[in-house]
Ligand binder design. Structure first.
Ligand code: NAG
Ligand code: NAG
Ligand code: NAG
Length: 170
């Protein structure tokens, strides 16, 4: 219970940070984007080729809708150098979560890539939790979380970013 509360407080700190620098400021909001994936994954989740070398009998279908969680940061509208047409999709590596791009730990506050690119380059970013990680969906069958599923989910997020404003009124 104590651990859970600690985890929650860390998340809350991360929820709506505002970054400021001499170049301008940024506002960040949590977003959840539903994605639909329909992919073939290897029946054997330890397959090192992620099914690319498998025949049909060694594959199974994953057809599901998941929620992908992320933190969207954008420069203040008054920032003149704002790059409105660019949104960076920030994807963490294995064993990390979206906070990789902006660690909510005091000693690391100067190492926030999300903050730096937002205030200095005036670029928006969406740092996502990968499928099965952080606050994104956790499929009941952990074996559903494989490269084909995760990459399809990210591809859907990229498509979403190109077509749909993330925040109301944006
Ligand atoms: C869960 O994953 C295993 C291993 O890949 C697979 O054999 C099994 O059919 C899956 N179960 C369901 C309900 O999809
Ligand atoms: C599929 O590949 C497996 C392993 O290489 C092999 O044992 C099996 O006979 C193949 N099945 C078909 C239908 O080709
Ligand atoms: C880190 O950030 C704080 C607050 O913005 C600032 O006062 C401090 O000088 C920075 N430290 C380094 C090493 O850049």
């Amino acid at each position: 219970m104590h651990l859970l509360l600690h985890a929650l407080s860390v998340l809350l700190v991360h929820f709506s940070p505002t970054y400021a620098s001499p170049q301008g400021s940024c506002a960040c909001s949590p977003v959840t984007i539903p994605v639909h994936v329909d992919v073939l994954v290897p029946k054997d989740p330890t397959d090192e080729f992620a099914g690319l070398k498998s025949n049909a009998s060694e594959l199974r279908r994953v057809d599901a809708t998941y929620d992908i969680y992320g933190i969207f940061c954008e420069p203040d509208t008054t920032v003149s150098s704002r790059n409105k047409d660019v949104v960076q999709l920030l994807v963490h590596g294995i064993t990390y979560i979206s906070q990789y791009w902006s660690p909510p730990v005091e000693e690391f506050r100067n190492y926030s890539y999300a903050a730096f690119s937002c205030t200095h380059g005036a670029y928006s970013s969406l740092a996502v939790d990968a499928l099965g990680v952080g606050l994104s969906s956790r499929p009941m069958n952990a074996s559903d979380v494989q490269y084909p599923t995760s990459s399809a989910a990210l591809s859907q997020i990229a498509r979403h970013l190109k077509t749909t404003p993330l925040l109301p009124g944006a």
